[in-house]
Each structure stands twice: as structure tokens, then as C-alpha cells.
Design a binder for this molecule. Structure first.
Ligand code: FPP
Length: 236
């Protein structure tokens, strides 16, 4: 059997376009996108994927209208609150990465509760990136590293190795993404997992996120299994 990617990360793009093309408000697209998340969790479990990271809200998404931002915050909170029982039952561990301190207090509480209730789950690891930016993550890591240097916990005469620097990221125990999927046609990272994606494989589709189907998911995994990953090494 072909080895599935251990860690799949997804840039769930196209909710707005999906809604507008149907004459609906953008938030309807995000609602359809949230339903898709539950399906993708199942597909990951069936395929043997161990880690799934979803880009739900970037540090740049704060620039959207107050109505859309507020709707998204409530939608994420609702999903965490109403589906946490399902996650526990299906052994899914939920964690959120990003600047959680910038989120509204009710969402922070819903996140803390979902993380606590699923902390012992050891099936699929679901990471949701919320108020997440790759540059912000690196800046936050540097800030904590500098503090450790100032406090004398770290020797700064040489640059930190990858192994040491990783400890300052939001989720040091999570392996780097093997495969990054992006929907809705764009071909860019948009500030997602900048440090962790150094050797990730990339797969994109023009399909909008709410329309993303099992066929596309399987095509992405199939494409991944055919790639030769040299991680900077030479051809065999
Ligand atoms: C991008 O589409 C999508 C988002 C900014 C939001 C994605 C969030 C969810 C689906 C909620 C998931 C919740 C959890 C807890 C996992 P876009 O609005 O940028 O689409 P466009 O490019 O067509 O405008």
C-alpha cells in the first residue's frame, strides 16, 4: 500500500466566491466550508493521515468587514462547541495555533474547552490555524528565544539549529506538513506555515473549498505518493 502523507495542511480558499456565485452572503460560504471540514476529517482518518492542519483565519483576515469577522469567530466557536463530543467519540485531538490572545473571549474559552476535552485523544490530530500568520509565528518564536537568551537559558553565540528553533514555534511536537493543499486556483502560501513548509509538497485545485470532494482529496494523496522527496539531497 502507498504511504499516505503523515501531515496534510489545507488552505481552504474560495468560500466567498462560492457564496457570491450563488447570490448568498459570504458567511453562507463559510458555513458550507465548515461542513466540508467535518468531511475532510473523516477522509483523513480513512486514509491514515495522522495530522491535519486547516488555515481557518489569517492575521490578515482581520482586515475583512466587521460583519464577516464576527460571523467567522462565532462560526468557529459554534463548530468547536457543538462538535467537541463528536471529536472525543471519534478520537480526534483538537488544537488551535495562532495568536489566540487576539481572539474574542468567548472563542478563547471554546478553544480552551475543546483542547482540554480532546487532550487525551490519540487518533487524528487536528490543528486549526486561527489568527495565524507564518511571519507572526516566527516573530513570536524570536521574541521567546530572545527572552531565553536574556534570562541566560540559551547560549546565543551561534544561531539556533532547526531543532532548537522549532521548540519556539506554536506546535513544536507536530511534524512538518508533508502535503499542502490549496483550493480555488491560487498558487501561493499566503503566510501559511512559512517555517514548517520548507520541504512540503504542494497540490492545488481550481475547485472552491465548499465543493472540494473526496475525489480531489484522493487525487492530492495520489499525486503526493508519486513524488520523489529529496529534502535537499541528491537524486538516487
Ligand atoms: C477562505 O475563503 C476561507 C476563510 C477565510 C474561512 C475558512 C473558515 C472556515 C471554513 C471555518 C472552519 C472552522 C473550524 C473550526 C475548522 P475566502 O473567504 O477567502 O474566499 P474567497 O477567496 O472566494 O473570497
Amino acid at each position: 500500500m502507498k504511504m499516505p502523507p503523515r501531515h496534510v495542511a489545507i488552505i481552504m480558499d474560495g468560500n466567498g466566491r462560492w457564496a457570491v456565485s450563488r447570490g448568498k452572503i459570504r458567511l453562507e460560504g463559510h458555513r458550507a466550508g465548515a461542513k466540508k471540514v467535518l468531511e475532510v476529517i473523516d477522509w483523513c482518518k480513512e486514509s491514515g493521515v495522522e495530522f491535519l492542519t486547516l488555515y481557518a483565519f489569517s492575521t490578515e483576515n482581520w482586515k475583512r468587514s466587521a460583519e464577516e469577522v464576527d460571523g467567522l469567530m462565532k462560526l468557529m466557536g459554534l463548530l468547536l462547541r457543538t462538535k467537541v463530543g463528536l471529536f472525543v467519540k471519534s478520537n480526534v485531538r483538537v488544537r488551535v495555533i495562532g495568536r489566540k490572545e487576539d481572539l474574542p473571549a468567548p472563542l478563547q474559552r471554546q478553544i480552551a474547552s475543546a483542547e482540554k476535552r480532546t487532550a487525551q485523544c490519540d487518533g487524528l490530530n487536528l490543528q486549526v490555524a486561527v489568527s495565524y500568520g507564518g511571519r507572526a509565528e516566527i516573530a513570536d518564536a524570536v521574541k521567546r528565544y530572545a527572552q531565553d537568551v536574556l534570562d541566560g537559558r540559551v547560549e546565543a553565540s551561534t544561531a539556533p539549529s532547526d531543532e532548537v528553533f522549532r521548540r519556539y514555534l506554536y506546535a513544536p511536537d507536530v511534524p512538518d506538513p508533508d502535503l499542502i493543499i490549496r483550493t480555488s486556483g491560487e498558487f501561493r502560501l499566503s503566510n501559511f506555515l512559512l517555517w514548517e513548509s520548507a520541504y512540503s509538497e504542494f497540490w492545488k485545485t481550481g475547485i472552491l473549498w465548499p465543493d472540494f470532494g473526496k475525489d480531489e482529496f484522493e487525487a492530492a494523496l495520489e499525486s503526493f505518493s508519486g513524488r520523489e522527496r529529496r529534502m535537499g539531497g541528491r537524486f538516487k
